[in-house]
Design a protein around this ligand. Structure first.
Ligand SMILES: [Zn+2]
Length: 504
């Protein structure tokens, strides 16, 4: 008797269908496995046996051959476990093979028969719906995530016994609906005092998707301002929410009680993170998204940015321009896969290393050469890609400074500006000004006489051609924020000022 059921594996952040076939042959009882590159054979058979017997089910008294196809796809270490156990039981006629077939099983299995949650449920569910599976069986903890995808009925199971009883015609397992978490208080822009230019730069950054570099003494509120920027962004629309959720799912970083990511993410990796921590990398045959991908459609914040390694900062060059990232190493088959990484980069840096590392110092003790080297650590790899620069100052003693406008007020202007840009960019793949490629910008979005300040700066050698084009993108965002159909001279001059960190 043979039985075939479906499972899935991840390829980057996409799900790929797997066929799991079990054949029961007469002969000496045994377990043979094909199409898993041979890893963990003994351990896997042991676990399947333990889960089946712990569930009070009979283990086949025949020779069982399990095949997982296609052979060349990398398989997640545990997400095929449930499919394998069901296929074995169906081949042995413990459950009817016709009832088990046509269903995708995407879950791990404990030695005690528990069905365990795994990463990547959303991409697997998308694949199940696309393939027209009759149902998708996942661990109870993964039910809410799987149900985000319309088009495939989802069964949440807590143990193997529940699954086999259901396949034998019993009731579907009860699904506990998790309680949503209390909304977190993210803080408001009005917490920021003074620092008007930095607040304007944050608004422009949110409106046009431009990268922003903040600098200032410790205590100036750099990290505070950075953390307020996701609150200025519109909530993710349905397509973006699913995109972001798929990345977090593949990384195993979803909250099971509220899996759909509707709020733009804010990801702040520590400066000890290496290139793989930021860019993502291969881990036992699977591509795991890094911080840059987790920040997709949100904010990637590098606090004390010059402290990040040179290689780590270099890894951000490509995504800050293209919105995708390709981890360095390829998988064992030589495939190189890209991950989505369209984020707003916010960096924060102190003027020098001594002030960055010692909060008790008031006066810098570095040599001018050391200060120069410290600044160059950041500006080298990312200089051209950062469109906005602002210096923040701590409040002077006794003077609190004017509070900034409320988040809701600024977010409304940002939303209106983004709508204007979206209207202009309708029919293109770009959503915000920062995404427009340079040649398209120069071909389709050249303001008339208004761009004169940028052209003058280019001819004087103050900015590169690359930087001039980017200043033009920022000028469009300033026009969008002010409800103008076209950037004016003033917008172009302000864009240059913000770029060079010279706006007061
Ligand atoms: Zn110093």
């Amino acid at each position: 008797m043979d039985a075939c059921v479906k499972s899935a594996t991840l390829s980057g952040v996409d799900g790929r269908m797997l066929e799991v076939t079990a054949v029961a042959e007469p002969g000496l009882p045994g377990f043979e496995q094909r199409g898993m590159h041979g890893w963990g054979l003994g351990q896997r058979a042991d676990r399947a046996w333990s889960a089946v017997t712990a569930s009070g089910l009979p283990w086949p008294r025949s020779r069982i051959i399990v095949t997982v196809a296609p052979d060349w796809l990398p398989k997640h270490d545990s997400a095929v476990d449930l499919a394998m156990a069901v296929a074995v039981l169906a081949a042995d006629c413990t459950v009817p093979a016709h009832a088990a077939g046509g269903i995708m099983y995407y879950a791990g299995l404990g030695a005690d028969g528990r069905v365990t949650p795994v990463p990547g449920v959303l991409p697997a569910a998308v694949e199940a719906a696309k393939a027209g599976c009759r149902a998708l069986v996942v661990a109870t903890e993964n039910t809410a995530e799987a149900r985000l995808v319309p088009g495939v009925p989802v069964i949440g199971a807590s143990c193997l016994g529940e699954v086999t009883r259901w396949l034998c015609g019993g009731p579907a397992p009860e699904v506990m609906v998790p309680r949503p978490p209390a909304p977190s208080a993210a803080g408001d822009m009005s917490d920021i005092r003074g620092n008007r230019t930095a607040c304007l730069a944050a608004e422009v950054s949110a409106a046009g998707g431009h990268h922003l570099s903040l600098s200032g003494l410790p205590g100036s509120g750099l990290a505070l301002l950075a953390a307020r920027i996701p609150g200025l962004l519109p909530l993710l629309d349905e397509a973006a929410a699913l995109e972001v959720t798929a990345v977090h799912s593949a990384a195993g970083a979803l909250d099971p009680t509220a899996p759909l990511k509707t709020v733009p993410p804010f990801i702040a990796p520590h400066h000890s993170a290496g290139p793989a921590g930021l860019a993502g990398g291969w881990e036992s045959g699977m591509l795991r998204p890094g911080a840059a991908s987790l920040a997709h459609r949100g904010v990637l914040f590098l606090d004390q940015a010059p402290e990040f390694g040179r290689e780590t900062l270099d890894a951000l060059r490509s995504p800050t321009e293209t919105g995708t990232i390709t981890p360095q190493r390829s998988d064992s088959h030589g495939y190189r896969r890209s991950l989505p990484a369209r984020f707003i980069l916010i960096t924060a840096s102190a003027p020098c290393q001594c002030l960055a590392l010692r909060s008790d110092l008031v006066q810098c003790t570095c040599t001018p050469a050391a200060r120069g080297r410290y600044a160059a650590r950041l500006s080298g790899p990312l200089r051209d890609r950062v469109s906005l620069r602002a210096v923040m100052t701590p409040p002077e003693s006794g003077q609190a400074g004017e509070p900034a406008e409320a988040t809701a007020v600024i977010a409304a202007r940002v939303a209106a500006a983004r709508e204007r840009a979206a209207l202009r960019l309708a029919g293109t793949p770009w959503r915000v000004n920062a995404e427009i490629p340079r040649d398209e910008l120069l071909r389709r979005f050249m303001p008339g006489g208004g761009r004169e300040p940028i052209e003058r700066a280019t001819s004087l050698g103050l900015v590169s051609d690359f930087a001039a084009a980017d200043a033009l993108r920022v000028a469009w965002t300033l026009a969008d924020l002010n409800g103008r159909a076209m950037p004016t001279r003033g917008d172009c001059a302000a864009a240059l000022g913000l770029r060079m960190g010279e706006m007061r």
